[in-house]
Design a protein. Structure first.
Length: 332
């Protein structure tokens, strides 16, 4: 897990800051100079669009190394008026703000991955990814998306996540340190460290190891899901209020966590099994998102990139007074 950067774009001065952060992340990911410049351009264009068209929005800038590839993801999220004609807005020369109208078209051209989701009256999500080199994903073709941010007033988030890949499985962990701020972040970081230091595949055994590792910290809610492609199943174990859902084309399965706090109290750590197909989507999130969201409220969700799915859920279900983290995975 590499911590993402989160910026609220509510005045023009944040455009330069977004450019600086994108440059920093791209350089840290070892990207070549032309890709670093492209990352800066994308961040500037998306931040400018947020200010000009939505007047307020969020830019999430994250290194891709936490997903087993080097690169940068820049995600724009707003609750503005939306775009009535996306295809027209991607054409060079189109503008509704008196500019040259090359922003989104330029972003699409220089991005390795680009996706936009917009609904009039609800807002717009724009995803751009740049990679240092061609992705070397396992043959499973499983891709992961993330959206997260700290609660207002805190510099760091108490929520964290991590993944481990093999050729025929992916193990995902989400942790929510109790409370907010540095001590909550320390607890979730300890959960990530314990997860990364273990080669255990069993969610129950992993959760027990994390429970032991978090003694002496503030403690955390933690859940672990192992998506096993050959067995066509998800193995899930959780302590506390980390929500997990497997979405299929016909129904959704809400995964079960037991009461408890990793590091303090774990009276029951039990594994539950859920079906998985190549068309399934797995969603895990902290209680910074309401658990009342409904997949049926997002028509066409199976066609979206996981980062866009996570951003849609975050935009519509995030709680204002808590850290938030949502992780989404699906086959490419």
């Amino acid at each position: 897990m590499n911590a993402p950067f989160f910026l609220t774009i509510e005045d023009p001065s944040r455009v330069a800051e977004s450019r600086r952060i994108a440059t920093q992340v791209a350089e840290q990911e070892g990207m070549p100079p032309d890709a670093v410049s492209s990352a800066a351009i994308i961040a500037s264009e998306l931040a400018s669009n947020l200010w000009k068209h939505a007047h307020r929005g969020e830019l999430h800038i994250e290194p891709l190394s936490g997903r087993a590839e080097a690169g940068i993801e820049i995600l724009s999220v707003d609750r503005g008026p939306g775009i009535s004609n996306v295809a027209e807005c991607l054409e060079d020369g189109h503008s509704t703000a008196g500019t040259a109208g090359t922003g989104l078209g330029a972003v699409r051209r220089i991005s390795d991955t680009f996706e936009i989701s917009s609904h009039p009256g609800k807002g717009t999500i724009v995803l751009s990814q740049l990679r240092a080199k061609a992705p070397a994903l396992p043959s499973s073709g499983f891709i992961v998306g993330l959206t997260s941010r700290p609660v207002s007033g805190e510099a760091v988030s108490g929520d964290a996540w991590a993944i481990r890949r093999t050729e025929d499985s992916v193990v995902i962990m989400v942790a929510d340190g109790l409370g907010h701020g540095v001590f909550a972040a320390d607890a979730s970081a300890a959960a990530v460290a314990a997860f990364n230091s273990s080669h255990e595949q069993s969610p129950v055994n992993l959760l027990q190891a994390i429970h032991r590792a978090l003694r002496g910290t503030r403690g955390a809610a933690v859940a672990i899901a192992s998506v096993e492609f050959r067995q066509a199943r998800v193995r899930f174990a959780g302590l506390g209020n980390i929500a997990g859902t497997v979405i299929t084309s016909s129904k959704s399965h809400a995964m079960v966590s037991h009461n408890g706090t990793a590091g303090y109290e774990a009276p029951h750590i039990r594994e539950f099994l859920y079906p998985w197909t190549d068309e399934s989507i797995i969603v895990m999130h902290s209680d910074g998102l309401s658990a009342n969201w409904n997949p049926e409220s997002f028509p066409g969700i199976h066609r979206n990139h996981p980062s866009v799915i996570g951003a849609l859920l975050y935009r519509d279900a995030a709680r204002e007074r808590d850290d938030a983290c949502v992780v989404v995975g699906k086959k490419q």
